[in-house]
Design a protein around this ligand. Structure first.
Ligand code: SAH
Length: 356
């Protein structure tokens, strides 16, 4: 069967997106190899983080050649890597197998190394303050491409990645199946085995998909990009608010919480004079009352295509203090890698602009 595969066709098996069971079917069925080869191959892919079949020295040359004919090994190519002199943050520009460019970020914390992954090339959600969405959606990413954002960085860094946040370009719940598969592979005990509790999925709030995610019974932290306290105001910042109300989102969050008891995160980007007043802090506390919630305040990162201004330090601190007064758990997102590009998606956008 394998001999009939057209080497130039796009139909070669994407083996890095397969779980061990599927890989076993591929190895024993398509490749006609013994079952233990599947476990070896899986280990090369997901533990030893091999980037070519040639590296897989415990497999015979003949098998490596067969794999080369029948399968693709998705490995991202690093186009650029900027390292912050301030805090060691690294911003990577990767080239996907089809030539598209995406951005991933490594953040070094006391508690470990965290990677922020992109889930789509571009985005179609249209949030007004976000650079990733300016040119719309190019395409969704495959599980193997998302995995390799983490693998390529772990290899490059030479240190274990302990946390992953799906907060880069793209809306993960607009690429639902691939993202769920990515999470399962990333946390698989036979792979890199990153605890699901150390994985955060950030969404603008696609309500039916939040309910679906709850049913997956994952231990992943759900982060909701709220950014406003009324639907009216949210609609001016995020087109998705025309489809789902804050009330509907919070109901879905409760359903998610009831499945795994994971504290919910609410992201709130502070825009000067728009959503950063003490009254709005009070309203936010009111909305979150009774939820086991954590609020992550993000002083908005201005992008040149829009004229949003960042709230000043005192407004940010006042907002935080007000929320705390109402008993909310709040952190301010520390700006990382200040010296190596600003807002999410801007590195990629600057790179693409330089190419034309
Ligand atoms: N689509 C996902 C992931 C987006 S990026 C989501 O909507 O959650 C992760 C977070 O950064 C989101 O809360 C997003 O709203 C926020 N964000 C995007 N651009 C920003 C900017 N320029 N300044 C501040 N926060 C921004």
């Amino acid at each position: 069967m394998c001999e009939k595969v057209d080497v130039k066709s796009m139909d070669k098996a994407d083996i890095k997106s397969m779980n061990l069971e599927e890989l076993t079917v591929f190895v024993t069925g398509t490749l006609k190899e013994p079952k233990f080869r599947a476990a070896q191959l899986y280990q090369w892919l997901h533990v030893k983080l091999a980037r070519s079949f040639d590296e897989m020295t415990s497999l015979s040359k003949a098998l490596r050649e067969k794999l080369d004919t029948c399968a693709v090994l998705t490995a991202l190519e690093t186009v650029e890597c900027l390292v912050s002199k301030i805090d060691g943050t690294r911003k990577y520009l990767f080239r996907l197998p089809d030539g598209n460019i995406i951005e991933s970020v490594l953040m070094k914390y006391k508690h470990g190394n965290s990677v922020c992954v992109s889930s789509q090339v571009g985005c179609r959600m249209g949030c007004r303050f976000c650079a990733s969405t300016l040119d719309g959606l190019e395409r969704s990413m495959t599980p193997s491409e998302m995995l390799d954002e983490v693998y390529a960085i772990q290899r490059d860094l030479g240190e274990r990645i302990s946390n992953v946040v799906i907060m880069g370009s793209g809306e993960p719940l607009d690429n639902y199946d691939n993202v769920v598969r990515f999470i399962k592979l990333l946390s698989d005990e036979n792979g890199l085995h990153i605890s699901q509790r150390n994985i955060t999925l950030s969404t603008c709030g696609i309500v039916p998909k939040i309910y679906a995610l709850a049913e997956e019974k994952l231990q992943v932290t759900l982060a909701i990009s709220l950014h406003a306290v009324s639907d009216e105001q949210r609609r001016t910042l995020m087109p998705i608010a025309n489809k789902y109300s804050i009330r509907e989102i919070l109901e879905a969050c409760k359903a998610y919480y009831s499945h795994n008891n994971r504290r919910l995160t609410f992201e709130y980007s502070l825009v000067a004079g728009v959503n950063d007043s003490p009254e709005q802090a009070r309203a936010l506390a009111g909305l979150l009352k009774g939820l086991n919630a954590h609020v992550n305040l993000i002083p908005v990162n201005p992008i040149k295509e829009r004229d949003f201004r960042q709230s000043d330090n005192s407004a940010v601190n006042n907002f935080k203090n007000s929320l705390e007064k109402y008993g909310e758990n709040v952190t301010i997102r520390r700006e990382m890698g200040r010296d190596i590009q600003a807002a999410c998606g801007q590195l990629r956008k600057n790179y693409l602009n330089r190419q034309v």
